[in-house]
Design a protein around this ligand. Structure first.
Ligand code: EPZ
Length: 429
């Protein structure tokens, strides 16, 4: 299994291009199931999760083409066409769905377009139980009949297809919002989704659906209104830049010191995280080309933070922020409110000498001036990258084991950091 080996202590200086967002690319790819015409996506990141979803879509009969790069586009994301002319199979099998939770979301478009779907339950995952009750609640409201059969959700639309409804989610869910939004585009009549997730990735998908002919209002707000249409057509859509990658590199630069331009970043997509970072003493400036992050010698101030749905501080940056707080000049508190088990990086950060205690949802981080390099093990995507950025700031050698999690969500991580002065390499085997 590949590992990452790095020697900490170097400042980061230079430019880092921000890739397309994984969590936007995945639902955009799934949206291609809604139309028999091609959906072209630009700026798709080269990631293991994208590859995995390609397998799932191909199993449903989607033709996928990756277009070659043109001169000057070498560092850019992929341009891909997804053509679901004919859906040959409405079953998403266990061996494919169990590898990636977001693949469960195909249930929305399959049910809307084919009036039936049989999708394996995604099962548990490292960061929490992550149930699907909100998805089923929404689909039932649209008229679907749902059975659970041998680990599969079997969903059938009423005769004539799904029917619009007023749905108020009891809890904000990104995946359930994506799924019901997609399903409602082809339902008969009007659907209102209250307490919808407002993440920028939802907006990216909603705008894609509008480009495909859907009628949606309230995009970017808590209430989405969808007027069902008979069919959707093809479109060409850009994947937004990855706000979690942006925040991760901003925190890396805060930890190591230096001056980094995050090219193509959209600061408005992670304002809460940037406001928090500014309070730690890091200088942030928005430039025409992106976001500049600087820390010149001054220390890191401790700041308390709580994760929340957008526009709050994202749970996907919690581990990285905790890594930063381990070197703050005092004690900080972090409250994780989205997932019940998203503190697996705590034990690994302790190997660097970090002083963190956890009581339920609350972590108390007692900052220290200097971390020391260590052998650590990654447990999920964002936890893994928190160990990499801790290693960049630690004294001596760090080896991060089991890095396949990183490849699920970070494109060319070693190369991007290496170009800014980090001493980092991938060790095969
Ligand atoms: C999305 O997951 C992201 N994944 C996650 O990123 C992210 O952490 C999460 O949203 C929160 O921002 C993708 O976009 C592919 P949720 P999702 O449904 O949609 C509970 C990463 O590292 N819930 O908004 O699965 C759930 O258990 C990943 O890139 C129910 O109770 O998250 C959680 O506590 C990890 N019932 C809360 O809602 C349901 O039916 C929010 O989860 C669905 C969810």
């Amino acid at each position: 299994m590949d590992r990452i080996r790095l020697i900490g202590g170097n400042e980061l200086n230079g430019e880092i291009p921000i890739s397309g967002a994984k969590n936007a690319a995945l639902p955009l790819m799934i949206a291609s199931l809604l139309s028999d015409e091609p959906l072209v996506l630009q700026n798709v990141p080269r990631l293991a999760d994208v590859k995995q979803l390609e397998r799932i879509l191909e199993n449903h009969g989607v033709d996928i083409a990756v277009h070659g790069r043109r001169r000057g586009e070498e560092g850019e994301g992929q341009r891909m066409t997804f053509h679901a002319a004919d859906i040959v199979d409405t079953t998403a099998p266990y061996d494919l769905v169990s590898k990636m939770r977001a693949s469960f979301w195909v249930i929305g478009p399959l049910l809307a377009r084919c009036h039936e779907a049989r999708v394996s339950l995604p099962g548990g995952c490292a960061i929490g139980t992550r149930p699907v009750d909100l998805f089923l609640f929404g689909l039932k409201a649209l008229g679907a009949e749902i059975d659970i059969d041998e680990g599969y959700v079997v969903a059938r639309a009423p005769k004539g297809g799904l029917v619009g409804a007023h749905i108020t989610f009891p809890k904000v869910s990104v995946g359930a919002t994506h799924t019901i939004l997609m399903a409602a585009t082809l339902a008969r009549g009007t659907t209102v989704i209250d307490n919808a997730a407002q993440e920028p990735e939802i907006t990216n998908v909603a705008e894609c659906l509008v480009a495909m002919g859907a009628k949606i209002s309230g995009i970017g707000t808590r209430t989405l209104t969808i007027e069902g249409v008979e069919r959707l057509h093809g479109a060409t859509v850009d994947v937004i830049p990855d706000r979690i990658e942006t925040g991760t590199f901003a925190m890396a630069a805060a930890m190591t010191g230096g001056n980094v331009l995050l090219k193509g970043a959209r600061p408005e997509h992670l304002q809460a995280a940037l406001d928090t970072l500014a309070r730690t003493g890091v200088a942030l400036s928005v430039e025409p080309e992106g976001l500049r992050v600087r820390r010149n010698g001054n220390g890191i101030q401790p700041v308390d933070v709580e994760t929340d749905p957008f526009p709050g501080f994202p749970t996907d940056l919690q581990a990285q922020f905790m890594a930063l707080m381990t070197m703050a000049s005092g004690t900080s508190h972090i409250r994780e409110t989205i997932f019940e088990n998203r503190y697996m990086h705590v034990a690994e950060l302790a190997r660097f000498g970090a002083d963190i205690s956890v009581d339920g949802q609350l972590a108390t981080v007692r900052g220290k001036a200097q971390l020391k390099g260590a052998q650590v093990m990654a447990t999920d995507l964002r936890a893994s990258v928190s160990l990499v950025i801790a290693g960049l700031a630690a004294k001596g050698e760090t080896v991060v084991n089991r890095i396949y999690h990183l490849d699920r969500g970070f494109e060319r991580l070693e190369e991007k950091l290496g170009r800014c002065g980090a001493e980092i390499e991938r060790v095969a085997g």
